[in-house]
Design a protein around this ligand. Structure first.
Ligand code: VAH
Length: 314
C-alpha cells in the first residue's frame, strides 16, 4: 500500500487522488492530523488520523497495512512557520525523522519528501538559480527544508533508503486551498477574481516568483518516483521549474477573461520572505536525469483555473 502523510494539504489532497487513480483506491492510505473536508478524499479510499510527531501512530498503521511507498508531505509552510518558529522546526524535522526511521524499520521501498525553493536565501543567485549553489535560507521553513535535504541524502547514503525529493516552486491548484504559504496569493487571486472582481495582494506588483500549476507538480512528482533508481542522481532535492511571474502579470492574464478585474497592493510581512527567494530556477538536472518537462504556461494555467473554479463553485 502507499501512505500519504499530510493528505489534507494543498499538495497532499491532489496527490492522494492521483495516486488512487494510478494504484487503486484501496491501495492508497490517506493520513493527516484531522479528517478531510474534501468529500472526494473521504469517500475514495482509506483515511487514518496520524500525528507524525507520535511514532506510535505510524507503528499502529504498520499493523494494518504493508507500505511499499510513503509520501511525507506534512509540514508547516513559510509564513505560518515564522509565527511559530519552534513548533515549525519540531514538526518539520522530528516529523521527517519519525517517517525516515519508520520507513527503514518497515523496509519501505521508496519515500517521497518535498523540499522547496525556500531552501535558497538572500545570497543565492536569484536568476536561473543553479541546482548546486549558495543556500542561506532565513525562514524556519527554509532552514528545515535545507536540513531535511541533508538528512534525506544521509539516509540514502548511510542506510540505502530510496528517498526522493523535489524543490517545488509556489504551487497553484483549484482543488484545495493552500495553508500559510507566501506564494499563496497566486491561488487566492483566482478565487477573488470570481468572487469579488478585485484582489488585495500582500506582495508588491513586481515580486517575481517561480510558480507551477498543480498538474505539472503531480506529473513531476510521479515521474521522479517512477524513474529507475540509476536515473535519480540528486539525493538532496531536485530543482523543479515551470514559470515565473509577478502579481502584475497574473493580473493581466486574468484580465484576458475579466477585463474589469482590478488588483491593489498592500505588502505585508510576507514581502520579506518573497524577496529572499529566487526569481527563476534552473531545473536542467531534472530534465537531463529523468526527463522533466512542464506543460502549463501562465495563460493556460489561468484558463484552466478559472474554468474549474467556475465549475466547482456552481
Ligand atoms: C510557501 N507554498 O509559500 C510554499 C512554498 C516556494 C513556496 O514553499 O511557503
Amino acid at each position: 500500500a502507499i501512505l500519504v502523510i499530510g493528505a489534507c494539504g494543498q499538495l497532499g489532497s491532489e496527490l492522494t487522488l492521483e495516486l488512487r487513480k494510478l494504484y487503486g483506491n484501496a491501495n492508497v492510505v490517506a493520513a493527516d492530523i484531522q479528517y478531510p473536508k474534501q468529500a472526494e478524499l473521504r469517500e475514495t479510499g482509506p483515511f487514518e488520523i496520524v500525528d507524525v510527531l507520535t511514532p506510535q501512530h505510524l507503528a499502529d498503521l504498520a499493523a494494518k497495512y504493508k507500505f511499499d511507498q510513503i509520501y511525507h508531505l506534512a509540514a508547516i509552510l513559510s509564513a505560518t512557520g515564522e509565527k511559530n518558529p519552534k513548533f515549525a522546526w519540531r514538526l518539520n524535522m522530528d516529523g521527517l525523522f519519525n517517517v525516515l526511521d519508520f520507513a527503514l524499520e518497515q523496509k519501505v521501498e521508496k519515500v517521497y519528501w518535498p523540499s522547496s525553493i525556500a531552501v535558497f536565501g538572500p545570497n543565492t543567485p536569484r536568476q536561473n538559480t543553479p541546482q548546486d549553489t549558495i543556500m542561506d535560507p532565513n525562514t524556519v521553513y527554509g532552514i528545515s527544508k535545507q536540513a531535511g535535504e541533508r538528512w534525506c541524502e544521509y539516509y540514502f547514503l548511510k542506510y540505502g533508503l530510496d528517498v526522493r525529493s523535489l524543490r517545488y516552486p509556489g504551487l497553484i491548484g483549484y482543488k484545495a486551498l493552500p495553508g500559510g504559504g507566501t506564494t499563496d496569493y497566486a491561488v487566492d487571486i483566482y478565487h477573488q477574481a470570481l468572487a469579488k472582481g478585485t484582489y488585495k495582494c500582500f506582495l508588491s506588483e513586481n515580486t517575481r516568483l517561480p510558480m507551477m500549476y498543480m498538474p505539472d507538480a503531480l506529473k513531476g512528482t510521479l515521474d521522479l518516483m517512477h524513474a529507475p533508481l540509476e536515473q535519480v542522481k540528486v539525493r538532496s532535492s531536485y530543482n523543479l521549474a515551470a514559470m515565473s511571474f509577478t502579481p502584475q502579470e497574473i493580473t493581466a492574464s486574468i484580465q484576458r477573461h475579466y477585463p474589469d478585474f482590478t488588483i491593489t497592493y498592500e505588502p505585508d510581512g510576507r514581502q520579506q520572505i518573497a524577496d529572499s527567494w529566487p526569481q527563476s530556477i534552473n531545473d536542467s538536472a531534472a530534465r537531463q536525469d529523468w526527463g522533466w518537462q512542464p506543460s502549463f504556461t501562465l495563460d493556460t494555467m489561468t484558463d484552466d483555473m478559472l474554468l474549474n473554479l467556475k465549475r466547482t463553485n456552481n
